[in-house]
Design a protein around this ligand. Structure first.
Ligand code: IMP
Ligand code: MG
Length: 181
């Protein structure tokens, strides 16, 4: 099994890019069906979701726009429990069909904060699409509408996900060798 080293940590191959691609195609298929005839505003949560958002958008056949917001709750490889401010919303949200794009939902704190901020802006509808979901780590009740791949509770890098800012460029996803949280 292929291994890589990023700074002080060793990671092993977990999800091949071909499998990521298939999951994204399935998500796009579902979204295209569910929103047929409607217009969608996608909101990409930076930084981690930029590659996922890019690949998903290329498979969306709907009339749509995309906007990028930033909110970081993660430090190194453990959730810090502090969620920062949401920045970068320039579009009108009221009355629009919004789909939030996340790279990964872990404890759910980030997605809950982002969702409640957007709900307060009165969208016509609001759904969440995440490439990766860790059900064992999830501590919220919020329904995640579109999930690409469910993962065990271990730290991941690649395909937009980082360790200390590194590893976002990897086309496959890797899992930390030790530390089964
Ligand atoms: P949550 O708030 O605990 O759900 O964490 C969500 C955010 O933490 C995501 O948007 C990611 O940026 C980051 N994150 C969560 N799990 C991982 C991981 O395994 N690797 C890299 N980043 C992660
Ligand atoms: Mg993120």
């Amino acid at each position: 099994m292929k291994k890589i080293v990023i700074q002080d940590k060793e990671f092993k191959l977990s999800i091949l890019s071909a499998n990521i691609k298939r999951s994204i195609e399935r998500m796009a298929f579902d979204i295209n069906q569910d929103y047929e005839g409607k217009e969608v505003l996608f909101i990409c949560i930076l930084n981690g979701s930029f590659i996922f958002a890019s690949d998903l958008l290329k498979k969306i056949k709907l009339s749509c726009q995309i906007s990028f917001v930033k909110l970081s709750s993660y430090f190194e490889n453990e959730s810090t429990g502090t969620v920062k401010e949401l920045i970068g919303i320039n579009e009108e949200i009221t009355g629009r069909n919004v789909i939030i794009l996340e790279d990964i939902v872990d404890s759910g704190m980030t997605i809950e904060t982002v969702t409640s901020k957007f709900k307060s802006m009165n969208p016509a509808s609001l759904r969440i699409a995440t490439l990766l979901f860790k059900p064992q780590a999830y501590r919220k009740n919020l329904v995640i509408d579109y999930v690409g791949i469910e993962m065990p509770n271990s730290f991941l890098v690649g395909y937009g996900l980082d360790y200390n800012g590194y590893g976002r460029n990897l086309e496959d996803i890797y899992v930390l060798e030790e530390n089964e949280k």
